[in-house]
Design a protein around this ligand. Structure first.
Ligand code: DQA
Length: 146
């Protein structure tokens, strides 16, 4: 059996569709995960979709992916800009890592311009709305096949 791709979402992304819809859109996280599952099936990938508001939980899932995951697609939310611990965990993971942001973080406040996770990620998608997750999965398919 092929190992799953971990699709990790960080803090506040459980409120997708309700929080700042002008920034993050009206789709819920469940909508986005369902679209990702459908695309993954089409691409022949298995997904493990997880969301937490807790930094330690996200780190534990990244550790789990060391043994059980083929790759990681992560939107770390605000931890993107603060978490050396998530960067360290990702650095302990051997497979491909792709970073997704729904909004264009570079068009926003300057504190959102720096990402610790980008120091590890093979690629970054920002500002493509929730479609960014689908683009990341297509790229992940190429990376895990290589
Ligand atoms: C975000 C951008 C972050 O700056 C913010 O803290 C989020 C979401 C995005 O998807 O655009 O929570 O990662």
């Amino acid at each position: 059996m092929t190992k799953p791709i971990y699709l990790l979402n960080g803090p506040n992304l459980n409120l997708l569709g309700k929080r700042q819809p002008e920034v993050y859109g009206r789709e819920t996280l469940a909508d986005v995960q369902a679209k990702c599952e459908a695309l993954a099936t089409e691409l022949g990938l298995t997904l493990r979709c997880l969301q937490s508001n807790w930094e330690g939980q996200i780190i534990d899932w990244i550790h789990q992916a060391r043994d059980e995951g083929a790759g990681i697609v992560i939107n770390p939310g605000a931890f993107t800009h603060t978490s050396v611990a998530i960067l360290d965990a990702l650095n302990a993971f051997d497979g491909p890592v792709l970073e997704v942001h729904i909004s264009n973080v570079h068009k926003r406040e300057s504190f959102r311009h720096h990402s610790y996770v980008s120091l590890r990620a093979e690629g970054v998608i920002a500002g493509f709305g929730t479609e960014g997750y689908l683009l990341a999965l297509r790229r992940m398919k190429t990376l895990v096949a290589a």
